[in-house]
Design a protein around this ligand. Structure first.
Ligand code: LLP
Length: 440
């Protein structure tokens, strides 16, 4: 699986992306800026596609990990579908031109309005709603009936396995809010006539994110298979697909991760042709991080070096509003100087300008002593859940995004302006400053 510097390599001692030196990008857009490698996005996608060949696969990119429309379009052009979790993500998929037959809708709190939009998306509506509770099923059935449609659904199974990842991103334990347990699913299946607006086509699972071993996934796959056999006799129509979720981890530091070919082989073993009699199952997966994670960096400039005896602080121009993962999960992101530096290293805290002690990207990290004001640093592995989780805290405009491909780069999102910051706020009342400006 991908590593932080797979797509960001030093050439002539300068960090580059898809043939573009990062300083060129910083020069053009300013910093902080998110920079993505097209190669970095496409390679893992193609690897998954190859691994699942022949399984009638639909690889639905988890839009939540990186929602930029240009990136969705890049992946959609390669045949990716999209896994969405909100009306906003559906809207983005629409702009990216993703057909409805390639979209699945996950999430525990779909509103009736979102359901309606997804039902009327394109000409056909979306491929599947992954339903997470019985009341949601009722609501979806009612919304679909009201519109004179039938909603294709998968029931999201919570297999109650421990994915052994960060508790904030584990989702497949019975204490988690996600999915339906075996009993609930069987009850629904026994009484499908209670939901006239839906048709059950699949079973979906997603047990957590940043998984580093196949064991919990295999456990979940086995439980899903067992459930599928139980359902066979209960449902009026056979299940057509399984959606196995996302979750495959990446290397942030030196973690050993799941090799994609082994992951795909395991899927084939449990759900491929021959896994059940009759028509083979269609296979869906919802990878996010494994595609986008190591395809992006957050490029930032050092504003100040604050020297202390015990350790120095590097104050950079990116903050926790730009990349919240280290503050929120204590997660590790490698940080490297854009111009390669040798020499003495010193323990350094890399911090942002936001007024919170938690605004810290790295703590006591040995970094070159020479790194100083005006130097560029790249915060690696920031392509997934980076910009997508960015906000405006401290009234900081969100950073621009750039996509590099074959020696060129393109601005795929502009830096927000101060006007963007106050859009929608009640600013029509002229301020004193404005009044006096008008008088002169
Ligand atoms: N499918 C469903 C239903 C999900 O909930 C998720 C992620 C995915 C697919 C994609 O999972 P991936 O392949 O990216 O692991 N903000 C956290 C990660 C939250 C993941 C939420 N669900 C982070 O920064 O680590």
């Amino acid at each position: 699986m991908s590593r932080p510097t797979d797509f960001f390599a030093y050439k002539n001692n300068v960090l580059t992306v898809d043939g573009v030196p990062l300083p060129e990008i910083a020069e053009s857009t300013g910093t902080p800026v998110y920079v993505y490698s097209a190669e970095g996005l496409l390679r893992p996608f193609r690897e998954l596609k190859k691994g699942l060949e022949g399984l009638d696969p639909l690889i639905c990119f988890a839009v939540k990990s990186n929602s930029n429309v240009a990136i969705l379009r890049l992946l959609a052009n390669e045949g990716a579908g999209m896994d969405i979790v909100s009306g906003g993500e559906l809207y983005r998929a629409g702009i990216a031109g993703v057909p409805g037959r390639d979209i699945v809708f996950s999430g525990v709190g779909k509103t009736p309005g979102e359901m309606a939009r997804a039902l009327e998306y394109g000409e056909t509506g979306i491929f599947s709603f992954n339903v997470e509770s019985e009341p949601e099923l009722h609501m979806l059935s009612a919304v679909a009936q009201h519109m004179g449609r039938t909603a294709p659904i998968a029931l999201r199974f919570n297999p109650d396995v421990d994915p052994k990842t960060h508790p904030y991103i584990s989702t497949g334990l019975k204490k988690n809010k996600f999915g339906l347990n075996r009993k609930e699913i069987l009850e629904i299946a026994r009484d499908v006539s209670r939901y006239p607006g839906i048709t059950i086509r699949g079973i979906s699972i997603h047990i957590g994110s940043q998984l580093l071993s196949l064991a919990p996934l295999e456990d979940a796959f086995k439980r899903t298979r067992a459930l599928l056999s139980e359902l066979e006799t209960l449902l009026p129509e056979p299940i057509r697909f399984v959606d196995l979720g996302g979750g495959v981890g990446i290397t942030y530091r030196n973690e050993k991760t799941i090799p994609i070919p082994r992951y795909c082989a395991m899927i084939r073993k449990h759900f491929g042709p021959g896994a059940r009699s009759g028509r083979p199952l269609k296979i869906l997966i919802e990878p996010g991080r494994s595609i986008s994670g190591n395809a992006g960096v957050l490029l930032s400039e050092v504003l100040y070096r604050k020297m202390r005896k015990e350790k120095d602080f590097l104050i950079v121009d990116a903050g926790m509003n730009d990349l919240v993962r280290p503050s929120l999960y204590g997660s590790f992101h490698d940080i490297v100087p854009v111009a390669r530096m040798n020499g003495v290293r010193k323990k350094t805290d890399v911090v942002g300008p936001v007024c919170e002690s938690g605004d810290c990207f790295a703590s006591e990290r040995p970094l070159p002593r020479k790194l100083d004001q005006g130097d560029l640093v790249a915060i690696l592995s920031a392509g997934a859940y980076g910009f997508a989780m960015a906000g405006n805290y401290n009234s900081r405009p969100r950073a621009p995004e750039v996509l590099a491909r074959n020696g060129r780069f393109e601005l795929i999102r502009e830096r927000e302006t101060y006007e963007d910051l106050v859009r929608g706020e009640a600013i029509s009342q002229p301020s004193r400053g404005r009044e006096s400006a008008a008088r002169t």
